[in-house]
Ligand binder design. Structure first.
Ligand code: G6P
Length: 612
């Protein structure tokens, strides 16, 4: 979703801002712009609809704007069409204040009407422009920019991360945050702001995360932060421990493929530090064994692929714990008057830690007394900070919009959490616990094995890519796996596809199966292998082309019915989705490649969805 970067130092700001925006491209955007300030040229704003290369050409790769201070933005349209005018930065009427904004100003209509009543003319349809105009209005009235900023903050409602550049303040810009991520970067003789660290990691790894209500004055020689009441705040700094290469393609054609290939290593990093003496150990958890025994219910909330992790988690955690586990879409949870209380553990899953619906669900669950444990990839993100407990996935930066390695690390961490609780509750027999741990240790190597055999998947994609309607079917864990497989395929290849619980097909959906319909049948869940086989026979009888996925032990049996069988190594039942998802990711990748799609940045999608 929208991205922000800001720089002040001694170098020319234009190229640095463009480079930062390029690193934020993965979040998804439809237009981009920069504002650069110099004593001679004043405030120069350039913006353009479309890919960053359009903006880059407009400003001669940054050389056509002059100045060592500036702010930049990639926009993902919410209020107003994606076009040049609605792109950020937005200017005040006198063109002396420029603003970039992530989030939504919910009361912008009434503020806009108020300002129009004062004779102010608006150029765009955006909610953001009211911030620039209101700021200029109060600045004119008070003569003091910081006073004007605080007045604006009292007036606007909603979520926002803001970068503010004023022609009268040539050595500093202002940053503000409420419910939208923004971090401060400390360089050598220069300072930065960014909506995520990938934008500035090339220049500095020393950062601090802004809190809600804070206002920062960012200068080349330092950053001063103030709280909501204007009192100075000492910010804690932290050092980002991954380097710039982690956020680059490293020889792969696409980030998505690189991230698919990184999964064994990411899972290894996530699992191994938490395994001691063949037991799962979470040193980072504060919850006591007694509290775990007192839990009556677990509710998992998340969006998108993180929700699909939760769907697998429902099956696995109920199996391991014999306690009720419910998985809900965060966007539904927040509006359903949920039944959670202090005896409920709410597990929040989010790669970015910034998804607005997930964040809202977290806050609601917390207000109802539930204990919140989050599984998050981005350290210091809002969800991580607002949770009682955080388990970090160590997937590293994930750049492709379609998640792969974050999904895999979330999944394994959720399984480990189940194992950890099961150990305390005594709900799994010691022999089974042992065998699960053994498979957990072997999981990264088995993932590597799957990744060594991609040729067949590539071939299948080359013969399947012309299908325009695809069904994923499976039962139990395979149904949950199918949800992710079908999402992956539709989001990057734009092929219509749906996942169905195989047993439900005959209640309607089977009417859509006709000659040549492609069905991806998932048969990795051994206890229901025979039932899944019957469903394959049903769809084949109606003319479907079937591609099936199973484990090594069942491959021979399945090949008697299906010609195209993909396999994964045998493993414990709970880890079948962890292996099974990899061929589905690779299948989606090659299907999208065959169709010439923009794999890392699919149309209309964003990496981090910070609007409702
Ligand atoms: C977006 C991304 C998905 C992701 C979902 C939830 O839709 O494109 O890949 O699964 O948001 O994001 P989160 O960061 O909360 O896991």
């Amino acid at each position: 979703m929208c991205g922000i970067v800001g720089y002040v130092g001694s170098a020319q700001a234009g190229p640095i801002l463009l480079d930062g925006l390029e690193r934020l491209e993965y979040r998804g955007y439809d237009s981009a712009g920069i504002a650069v300030l110099s004593p001679e040229k004043g405030l120069q704003v350039k913006k353009a609809k479309g890919r960053l290369k359009v903006l880059s050409a407009l400003v001669d790769e940054g050389r056509a704007v002059e100045g060592t201070i500036g702010i930049g933005h990639t926009r993902w349209a919410t209020h107003g069409q994606p076009n040049d005018v609605n792109s950020h930065p937005h200017l005040s009427q006198d063109s002396r204040i420029a603003v970039v904004h992530n989030g939504i100003i919910e009361n912008y209509v009434e503020i806009k009407e108020y300002l129009i009543g004062k004779g102010i003319r608006f150029r765009s349809e955006t909610d953001t422009e009211v911030v620039a105009q209101l700021l200029a209005y109060h600045y004119r009235k008070t003569g003091d920019l910081m006073t004007a900023v605080y007045r604006v903050l009292h007036r606007i409602e909603g979520a926002y991360a803001l970068g503010i550049l004023c022609a009268d303040m040539p050595d500093a810009f202002i940053a503000v945050r409420k419910d939208a991520p923004l971090l401060l970067g400390y360089g050598q003789g220069c300072s930065f702001i960014a909506s995520d660290v990938t934008a500035i990691i090339k220049h500095t790894r020393e950062v601090s995360y802004m809190e809600d209500g804070e206002v920062a004055v960012v200068k080349a020689d330092g950053i001063q932060v103030y709280d909501a009441l204007g009192q100075p705040v000492e910010k804690e700094r932290c050092t980002i421990d991954w380097d710039v290469s982690a956020a680059e393609k490293g020889g792969y054609a696409h980030f998505m493929f690189k991230e698919i290939m990184e999964q064994p290593e990411a899972v290894r990093k996530t699992v191994h530090p938490r395994l001691k003496d063949r037991r799962v150990v979470f040193d980072e958890l504060k919850v006591t064994p007694d509290e775990i025994r007192g839990l009556q219910r677990i509710v998992i909330v998340a969006c998108g692929s993180s929700y699909h992790v939760g769907m697998v988690g429902k099956y696995n955690l109920e199996r391991l714990l014999r306690r009720p586990v419910e998985t809900m879409l965060a966007s539904e949870f927040r509006y359903c008057d949920p039944l959670v209380d202090e005896h409920t553990l709410v597990i929040v899953i989010s790669q970015s830690g910034e998804t607005l619906d997930t964040m809202a669900a977290l806050r609601q669950a917390r207000s109802l007394g539930a204990r919140i444990l989050s599984i998050v990839n981005v350290v210091g993100s809002s969800i991580a900070r607002e949770s009682d407990e955080v388990l970090y996935t160590w997937a590293g930066p994930e750049i492709a919009v379609a998640t792969t390695k974050a999904y895999s690390t979330q999944l394994v961490l959720l399984d480990m959490l189940g194992l950890y609780f099961a150990d305390i509750l005594g709900s799994v027999k010691p022999e089974e616990y042992e065998s699960i741990i053994e498979e957990l240790q072997a999981l990264p190597a088995k993932m590597e094995e799957v990744l060594e055999n991609t040729e067949k998947i590539k071939y299948l994609a080359s013969v399947c890519f012309n299908h325009n309607s695809i069904f994923f079917i499976g039962r139990n864990l395979d149904y949950a796996l199918g949800l992710e497989g079908s999402l992956k395929l539709k989001e990057i290849s734009y092929i219509h596809c749906e996942a169905y619980a195989a047993g439900e097909l005959k209640h309607g959906t089977i009417s859509l199966i006709e000659d040549g319909t492609l069905v991806v049948a998932l048969c990795t869940y051994a206890p229901l292998f025979d039932k899944s086989l019957s469903n394959i026979v049903e769809v084949k009888a109606r003319g479907a082309d079937v591609v099936a996925l199973t484990d090594d032990s069942h491959a021979e049996e399945l090949r008697k019915t299906v010609g195209n069988v993909l396999t994964i190594p045998d493993t414990h039942t709970i880890f079948k989705p962890s292996l099974g998802v990899i061929p589905l990711q690779i299948f989606s990748y090659y299907m999208a490649l065959q169709r010439g799609c923009d794999i890392d940045k699919p149309r209309n999608l964003a990496k981090s969805v910070t609007v409702e």
